[in-house]
Design a protein around this ligand. Structure first.
Ligand SMILES: [Zn+2]
Length: 450
């Protein structure tokens, strides 16, 4: 179990600064930061030339467990996450059965306790039918409620489609309400028009014209207006258009925002230029849009209109993906490579390491009010990642850890490599080797932990 470990001479990236120093880990926590003596440590790791980051917190993943474990499960995907430097995640409610009650929510926590190598939490699902049940709960005890992915189960489940349902939920829910923001009526009208013109076998490049900018913009604009009316705590998941970024503020700190948003790594990485090459493999909802959208999203991330980075890691088997347009499932795996992608942007001079840490580590912890995570601070959990910034490698079938066994990034060269990942002080990932000595912990947050 927990060893006393000393990390020596790392470039520590934390809270807007980069400082060379040592970090001592003891009893699962960061015991001391500074210039430290090596004696008494069970193990010393020389981190000269490497950067030490807080573990990445991925606040939107679909690990498919329970019910869809032919695609992925909490063990395989948390393992891939840890190899990529992700130490905590929040999983979405469209597992089977959908996570629509406190009993189902507890089942997922119980499952993760014996399976997940990273720290975990789970959204409670809210669909068109269970709003009254959700509002009868003490919603302040939930990390968040979300409708994400539930629209696959049944038409009409998207909250963004129903002002009445949003009014009711937003007026009364005390937790964060994280929504998938697209107007299904616009998407469906586009689907019909394209089906009529081209038949069933559409090329993937039509996806952003069907799941269009207008569908996203109108949904987000309306949801924000209703949230403002009720002073609700609204979070728009995976923003995809430059146009929507102007609906968010950057003149107040994240802690004071009632309306927040995120961008998923693939919407920063890919654009519509990639559909030709990758086809249905990059079919996501909401869709990957234009190069101008991709650039606009990165710009407003840097300007703090977008608060955090997630992956929306959503694995499917290749058989489920590589079908004709209307049958191909939306979503793809990303959690193992999100840090590598963002570090490539750093290498290109597009983002600083400090900003990357703010958006991938600090801000998810602030937004979801997580206790003692997201920072390199004495007394905090030792969720830490060591990265070699000059260690080239290429994504290939034999280094993909997802249960589904593929990635839209296959063949992509990265210049950086995660070498060590600590979860609660346990060195789980060590230069290609896993030490599976402990499972992750449920993420404490808000009033639950005070
Ligand atoms: Zn999602």
């Amino acid at each position: 179990m927990n060893q006393d470990i000393l990390i020596k001479n790392a470039s520590i990236i934390n809270e807007g600064r980069s400082v060379v120093g040592d970090v001592r880990i003891s009893n699962g926590r960061i015991q001391k930061i500074g210039t430290l003596e090596s004696e008494a440590a069970d193990r010393v790791i020389d981190a000269t030339g490497k950067v030490l980051l807080p573990g990445i917190i991925d606040a939107q993943v679909h690990f498919r467990d329970p019910g869809l474990t032919h695609k992925a499960d909490l063990y395989t995907e948390s393992k891939a996450a840890v190899a990529g430097g992700v130490t905590s995640f929040i999983d979405m409610p469209n597992t089977v059965p959908n996570t629509l009650s406190l009993e189902r929510l507890q089942e997922k926590f119980d499952l993760a306790a014996g399976k997940s190598l990273a720290n975990y939490s789970f959204f409670l699902g809210v669909n068109g039918d269970n709003i009254d049940e959700v509002l009868a709960m003490d919603t302040s005890q939930l990390i968040g409620v979300s409708d994400d992915g539930l629209y696959f189960t049944k038409k009409g489940n998207l909250l963004a489609d129903s002002p009445e349902k949003m009014e009711k939920l937003f007026a009364n829910c005390k937790s964060i309400i994280a929504i998938h923001s697209e107007k299904e009526e616009i998407v469906e009208a586009n689907e019909e028009a394209f089906r009529e013109k081209y038949g069933e076998d559409l090329p993937a490049k039509f996806h952003p014209l069907i799941r269009s900018e207008r569908g996203c913009y109108e949904a987000t604009e309306r949801a924000i207006a209703i949230a403002e009316k009720h002073k609700a705590r609204l979070h728009i998941l995976h923003l995809t258009t430059e146009a929507e970024t102007h609906l968010f503020r950057n003149d107040i700190p994240l802690q004071e925002k009632n309306i927040t948003t995120e961008v998923s790594v693939h919407h920063l990485w890919f654009s519509d230029r990639d559909y030709e090459r990758l086809g249905m493999r990059i079919k996501w909802n909401p869709a990957i849009k234009t190069e101008a959208d991709r650039k606009g999203l990165l710009k407003s991330l840097l300007e703090d209109k977008i608060d955090l980075i997630t992956t929306d890691h959503a694995p499917h088997t290749l058989e489920e993906k590589e079908q004709t347009y209307f049958k191909s499932m939306s979503g793809a795996p990303m959690v193992q490579h999100s840090l590598n992608c963002m570090l490539e942007f750093y290498k290109q001079g597009l983002i600083s390491l400090e900003k990357l840490v703010e958006k991938m580590c600090h801000n998810p912890a602030i937004l979801y009010d997580m206790t003692h995570r997201g920072y390199i601070r004495e007394g905090y959990y030792a969720d830490l990642v060591l990265v070699d910034l000059d260690s080239p490698w290429t994504v290939a079938k034999d280094n993909i850890l997802y249960k589904c066994g593929w990635s839209p990034l296959e063949g992509t060269p990265f210049q950086t490599q995660v070498t060590h990942t600590f979860v609660n002080g346990n060195l789980i990932y060590d230069s290609g080797t896993f030490h599976e000595q402990a499972y992750g912990l449920p993420i404490a947050f808000g009033s639950k932990s005070k």
